[in-house]
Design a protein around this ligand. Structure first.
Ligand code: SF4
Length: 719
């Protein structure tokens, strides 16, 4: 394959994948000397998290050398195997380089003219909401911002949302109602090492973001203790001092049980609760009903283990409660996270240096992606779209009348589910997402996409969703373009262009400019990321996520800047809650919540719980990582993990083919037999078509998060 032309030698940038946004140096055109060494793929655990420099070039990718940066605290010299092998994404032989119209190669003018003409036709018949936009949590801040502006100003549609709704929206909603602000980890990641105890509820960082583990390891080496809640003995749970293994969908009851014990054993930080919170009395009263024996019956977690966990947290001088997708991706996800926040507040953790509550965001720009307006209910600066003051501010920056801005639209799944229906959008523009694989009840979503009058996909590879599109627009990616990302700490980072893109592709900002020019006029739609970022700064000024003091130069000089940062002389805000929370009275709010069963329970027909998640070698829908040879070798196909007792009962052999039958679909997978999982539960990764044919699209009433993490299935041996 052709070697991309270097733009800068040894460009300091960040990984294309997860929210840890590990710092890396990318050198284009370098010889691939030690191919496969540091990029070697381990079977499990944190094999990819090494601090050694390495080059990759053994596979079909271009000769791009990747070395980890030591100046970025999140990874401090480590990378996982996904990061080490990321250079292969830049290979020319696996890229889209020509626009496709109705399956045929086309020029850019033909493609953009076609999109504009078909959008006009749909709008003429169905009005502005006949056209929808779907974004992604991996898009840069500039793209997320420009996509929201394009939808509201050019298309005038309210129908815009993004795949981050599927990621951590419930944790964001819970943090907003408790603290008045959602910033993933409201403290630097390096604070983890100084804690005396950390509770991880539903997170498996040892596989999803291995360099994160070094912060947990540093904590344990100091004598700190790690407690993990997960239905599986994951690579992270195996590193814990205490593992609680609840029935899927019962985390809320478990959190209530832990709070009950904390209260009953006199471990509440009374002074903190009195000085910094409101609403404890009601929550305390509701926790009284969650005595440990009752919780054990619901969750399957022994009382003694719950008491141990409460003691570990209660005895710690500095402690942290972290949630991941396992606790969040439920139809009661917001209430579940609120239950964990209530626990953290009772222990006096949030807003104290070295302690706190945080959501470990998953997607690369999961944090920034939810701040700049690609959400149905939101405008830039993390402002609510139904707030008149927010509308006036943003409309002034955009040079439009506030009355012209549409109101809130459908959330992600509701939008996908409405596509092609009489009342729903008839055209969809999709950037940075692959919902045919990643949406819940994905079979139904594929049907809805197929029913559209127009599907336009911008991507750099022919993902499963792009393969269905009427128009495919080949875009630049990661190391081929500049842009900012906001990592899981709320630290704004600079992703720099390291190599020239292949001829024929365009950046998403350029694509939006081209479409704006055809539909309205190009004014306000620059293609230069820095120009878009400067406007984003103005649009965010005075908002919750205030970026107005952040510049590209500062990010480069300071290795990232924490928001809020209201002016260029402001140092940024690593720990925003030390003095007060972002609520009107400055106090954190306890939220009364109650446990309820999963939306779909097991029965005689579907007697097993299915839960889903990620594996070490792959990222999200796998559209990128399934194209990397070393990662495919490590994790080549869809599997279902089941307990040996269950395997014996069903006479399933390791490696045998199994049909997983749910209420919405069936998936065939290879059996992986492991005592790591509960006998009443099976696990499937969601990087291949299959798992999400089964998952339940029941939505959380607050955040509209689907219930990815639990549904009912049965197993059958396949022929
Ligand atoms: Fe990339 Fe995440 Fe792996 Fe770091 S942990 S190298 S950001 S995939």
């Amino acid at each position: 394959p052709a070697v991309p032309a270097p733009v800068r030698a040894g460009t300091a940038t960040h990984c294309p994948y997860c929210a840890l946004q590990c710092g890396m140096n990318v050198t284009a055109g370098a010889a691939a000397g030690a191919a496969g060494a540091a990029g070697a793929v381990g079977a499990a655990g944190i094999a990819g998290d090494t601090g050694e420099a390495g080059t990759l070039g053994e596979t079909a990718g271009p000769a791009v050398t990747i070395t980890p940066r030591h100046d970025v605290p999140a990874n401090a010299g480590g990378l996982c195997q996904k990061g080490w092998t990321a250079g292969e994404l830049l290979g020319r032989d696996r890229r889209l380089t020509t626009p496709l119209v109705d399956g045929r190669p086309a020029t850019w003018d033909e493609a953009l003219d076609t999109v504009a003409a078909r959008i006009r036709a749909v709008r003429a018949e169905h009005g502005p909401d006949g056209v929808a936009v779907f974004g992604g949590g991996g898009l840069t801040n500039e793209k997320a911002y420009q996509l929201g502006k394009f939808a509201r100003v050019v298309l005038r549609t309210s129908q815009i949302d993004y795949n981050g709704r599927f990621c951590m929206s419930s944790a964001a909603a819970a943090a907003n109602r408790a603290f008045g602000m959602d910033r993933g980890l409201p403290f630097p990641i390096t604070d983890l090492a100084g804690a005396d105890a950390i509770l991880v509820a539903g997170g498996n960082m040892a596989e999803t973001m291995p360099p994160f583990v070094r912060h947990l390891t540093a904590m344990r080496e100091r004598g700190g203790r790690l407690v993990v809640i997960d239905p599986r003995a994951t690579a992270t749970a195996r590193r814990a001092d205490l593992h609680l293994q609840p029935v899927p969908g019962t985390d809320l009851a478990l959190a209530m049980g832990l709070l009950h014990i904390v209260i009953a054993e006199g471990r509440v930080d009374e002074a903190y609760v009195a000085a910094r919170t409101t609403g404890f009395e009601r929550v305390s009263a509701s926790a009284a009903a969650w005595w440990p024996e009752r919780v054990e019956r619901i969750t399957g977690v022994p009382v003694a283990r719950m008491r141990q966990a409460a003691a570990i947290l209660g005895d710690a001088r500095r402690a942290m409660v972290l949630t991941g997708r396992g606790a969040e991706q439920h139809a009661k996800g917001t209430d579940t996270v609120s239950a964990f926040i209530n626990l953290a507040l009772a222990l006096g953790l949030p807003g104290r240096e070295g302690s706190g509550y945080g959501c470990v965001t998953g997607q690369g720009n999961g944090q920034g992606g939810r701040e700049h307006g690609q959400k149905a209910d939101q405008l830039p600066g993390y402002r609510r779209i139904d707030d008149p003051a927010a509308r006036a501010h943003v409309a002034a920056v955009w040079g439009v009348d506030p009355g012209e801005l549409p109101g809130p639209g459908r959330s992600a799944y509701e939008l996908l589910d409405a596509l092609g229906t009489a009342a729903g959008p008839r055209a969809l523009l999709l950037f940075g997402s692959n919902p045919v694989i990643s949406a819940p009840d994905a079979g139904r979503v594929a049907e809805r996409l197929a029913s559209l009058d127009l599907l336009v996909v911008s991507d750099f590879v022919l993902s499963e969703t792009a393969a269905m599109a009427d128009v495919v627009l080949p875009s630049t990616q990661w190391a081929e373009e500049d842009g900012t990302m906001t990592n899981l700490e709320g630290r704004v980072l600079l992703r720099r262009r390291a190599v020239a893109p292949p001829p024929g592709v365009r950046g998403d900002l350029e694509i939006l400019r081209g479409l704006a020019a055809r539909l309205r006029g190009p004014e306000g739609f620059p293609a230069e990321p820095r120009e878009v970022f400067d406007e984003l700064r103005r649009a965010s000024a005075g908002g919750i996520a205030d970026y107005s003091g952040i510049t590209y130069e500062r990010i480069a000089a300071e290795t990232g800047v924490f928001w809020p940062c209201p002016d260029t002389g402001h140092p940024g805000t690593p720990r925003p809650f030390l003095d007060r929370f972002a609520t009107p009275d400055g106090r954190a709010r306890f939220t009364p919540v109650e446990h309820r069963p999963p939306e779909e329970d097991v029965d005689d027909d579907h007697p097993l719980y299915l839960t889903t998640g990620r594996v070490l070698a792959h990222y999200q829908s796998g559209a990128q990582t399934r194209r990397i040879a070393a990662l495919n070798e490590a994790a080549p196909e869809l599997f279902v993990e089941l307990h040996p007792d269950l395997a014996e009962r069903l006479e399933v052999e390791p490696g045998g083919r199994v049909r997983v039958v749910g209420r919405r679909g069936t998936a065939e997978a290879v059996a992986r037999i492991s005592p790591a999982i509960r006998p009443d539960t099976v696990f499937m990764p969601f990087h291949w078509a299959g798992a999400n044919l089964l998952t339940n699209p029941a939505l959380d009433p607050v955040s509209r998060m689907p219930e990815f993490k639990v549904c009912a299935v049965r197993l059958e041996r396949a022929a």
